[in-house]
Design a protein around this ligand. Structure first.
Ligand code: GAP
Length: 456
């Protein structure tokens, strides 16, 4: 983690409160007191997350010739996780504090605060009495069959189904090295301390690519994927300046990894990992070939060589990226002068990520013709994007409500649209930009192409 203090708890509190108030994110099971480490996405959060996943899929699978998609089962066989090493080794060291009854990860104790004496770290207070660290397996287990005799696990990463289906995908799609398999899906970890809002949860989504290659290309492709992924973050509105690259040193990497970069972001609670880009060598295919007893080698038609491909893995957290998008977008802007100060809250999402792309307002809700045109515009845009119709309150207030959820454009149908006194403006609407608050007039017939060019 880079040595720079970027923490801003007040900003974080405002973000969490806005997310609840406007329906981005709620705690799972809140009605019954809440389920720790699990989150529900409300209407706006679900749209934001879907935009992110769609864009990732488009850039990673749809627009590339060398990456195929898959969608694997969440429930995972014990044998798979035995071979991958998760059953024996996927654990964090845990300690308990006998005084405050808190439970902490022993490997980053200095980031916790003791509940007994909040200003100090566990173990630092004279009152703290920590147990010896013990290993705590992070996997969530479930049972199958009428008597529950068969054990299965909720997958701790999406990667393992990719490794297990690599041969089927290779054979059924006749692909050649290098090629990747991409997957977006839920993963589950029984985290000792879920925290920092949705940053570390027990149920989360990953966006993973396993990129299979010749051994001699592994290092180069790791660097290339790092660059590709950094560009991706810029494209969705997370500037390079807020990203930090940690070249994970020997000893801190998984034993099979020859190189790992962590891509970190300046969250208001600190600089923390968004994604890992790891060169995993032939470790995964090797353990599954051994565990299953099935050959997983690749046969190179040209060189007539048979070998286990190596793997480069860019593995991103979907929820963490949603959180980074929200943190990056959140802004409070001071408007007005001479003591008439007025604070505008704006979510400056890029139009491609914004949950709602355009809001449509009749200037006067009692004007039937304005309402009719609004509804017509709404219907014509809805097959292409999320549109929000609002006719309550003053237009200024409607703008503010949209600013707060990051809608990039608002369209108002007014008297000029009807053209009774301004025939030259008939059939045009007022289009207002969220960030600059500037307004322009646009013919209704141009709205769809104008918006499509900007919101996808
Ligand atoms: N297949 C490799 C793998 O799973 P990881 O570093 O454990 O590697 C990859 O996880 C990404 O998944 C992380 O960079 C993070 O974005 C996300 N992630 C991991 N654990 C998470 C958790 N408890 N809550 C939210 N996201 C998590």
């Amino acid at each position: 983690m880079a040595n720079k203090d970027v923490t801003d708890p007040v900003r974080m509190e405002k973000i969490v409160s806005l997310c609840k108030r406007r329906g981005f994110i709620f705690q799972a099971g809140e009605l019954y007191g809440g389920l720790n480490g699990c989150w529900d996405y409300g209407p706006l959060g679900a749209e934001l997350k879907r935009n992110l996943k769609d864009y990732w899929w488009r850039k990673t699978v749809q627009e590339r010739d060398d990456v195929l998609g898959m969608d694997g089962a969440i429930l995972t066989m014990e044998a798979v996780l035995q071979s991958s090493g998760h059953i024996g080794g996927f654990s964090d060291p845990m300690v308990d504090c006998k005084t405050c009854k808190g439970r902490f990860r022993a490997d980053n104790l200095d980031t916790y605060e003791c509940k007994e004496k909040p200003s100090v770290c566990p173990g630092a207070s004279p009152k703290c009495e920590l147990t010896e660290p013990r290993e705590f397996n992070l996997m969530l287990q479930t049972n199958f069959g009428a008597t529950g005799e068969q054990i299965a696990y909720l997958r701790p990463e999406t990667a393992q189904s990719i490794f297990c289906q690599y041969k089927n995908i290779l054979d059924s799609n006749r692909v050649k090295l290098p090629f990747g398999i991409a997957q977006i899906g839920k993963s589950f970890r029984n985290e000792i301390n879920p925290r920092n809002y949705i940053f570390r949860s027990r149920e989360f989504e990953q966006m993973e690519i396993e990129y299979f290659c010749r051994p001699e290309d592994g290092m180069r492709l790791t660097d290339e994927w790092l660059e590709t992924r950094l560009c991706f973050y810029e494209e969705i509105g997370i500037p390079r300046a807020k990203l930090h690259i940690l070249d994970v040193p020997d000893g801190d990497r998984a034993f099979y990894s020859k190189k790992t970069y962590d891509i970190e972001y300046e969250f208001p609670f600190g600089i923390q990992e968004l994604e890992g880009v790891a060169y995993r060598t032939d470790y995964d295919l090797g353990v599954h070939a051994k565990g299953s007893g099935r050959p997983l080698e690749y046969f190179d038609e040209e060189t007539k060589e048979r070998f286990l491909p190596h793997v480069v893995e860019p593995s991103a957290g979907c929820d963490r990226t949603v959180l980074a998008l929200i943190c990056e977008a959140f802004d409070e802007e001071e408007l007005g002068t001479d003591g008439n100060s007025d604070m505008r809250t704006v979510m400056r999402f890029m139009p491609s990520m914004a949950p709602i792309k355009v809001a449509i307002f009749p200037l006067l809700k009692k004007n039937e013709e304005q309402v009719r045109i609004c509804r017509e515009i709404q219907k014509s845009l809805q097959p292409w994007m999320n549109v929000f119709y609002d006719d309550s309150g003053a237009v200024g207030r409607r703008y503010r409500r949209q600013d707060e959820i990051g809608t990039p454009f608002c369209v108002t149908v007014d008297f000029e649209t009807l053209g009774e006194e301004t025939p030259d403006l008939k059939g045009t609407v007022t289009l207002r930009h969220r960030d600059s608050m500037e307004q322009e007039r646009l013919p209704v017939v141009d709205l769809l192409p104008w918006l499509l060019a900007r919101v996808r």
